[in-house]
Design a protein around this ligand. Sequence first.
Ligand SMILES: [Mg+2]
Length: 218
Amino acid sequence: MATVFLDLDGTLIDPRPGIIGSVVHALTALGIAPPPAEDLEWVIGPPLIDSFARLGAPDPAAALDIYRARYTDGAMFDLRIYDGIPQALQALRRGGHRLVLATAKPHVFATRITARLGLDRHLAAQFGPELDGTRNDKAALLAHALPLVGADAAASVMVGDRHHDREAAQANAMAFVGVSWGYGSPGELFGAAAICDAPSDLPDVITAVASGLPHADS
Ligand SMILES: [Mg+2]
């Protein structure tokens, strides 16, 4: 049994319409011609303030404010849960694993989403950055979360879809399971302990990885 840290966007939920729609809205409001929506999927996962800088916003913090006004006005619920995720989380819990959310989305937004979707009842704790950007770096987020939940990195698994998730796990000496249904390219997940191709496979894949961890109870 392991403590399993779960990414949210691109791993448990597909937040594309709400996030990309709000990014396009912010860029347009600032007079910046937005790229086509299909060319903006890379903004899903990393801290948005960095993405607004890459997109040419002269004041990324101002762009983020406009984004958040739209996002919290309802766009945050413009998403879908990937098929099979609720069942996978339930099976993981039944298998004795402890589930913890570790998202780059501010926790004040993430907890509203997991509550709306009924995912919160599977989660022992939920971590995300502060609105001011504190712990935007996922490695810092995991380092913060580990002692607060009393977890041993050597008995923990990070599950996510992007290289930020993999790098954060590696920085904390934690096993990483990549999921292929999100927004990462296959190369981003290179070095994962395992790649999972369907939510219904998550319980078995995570249990197999956890059984090889140095400190996991079996
Ligand atoms: Mg993600």
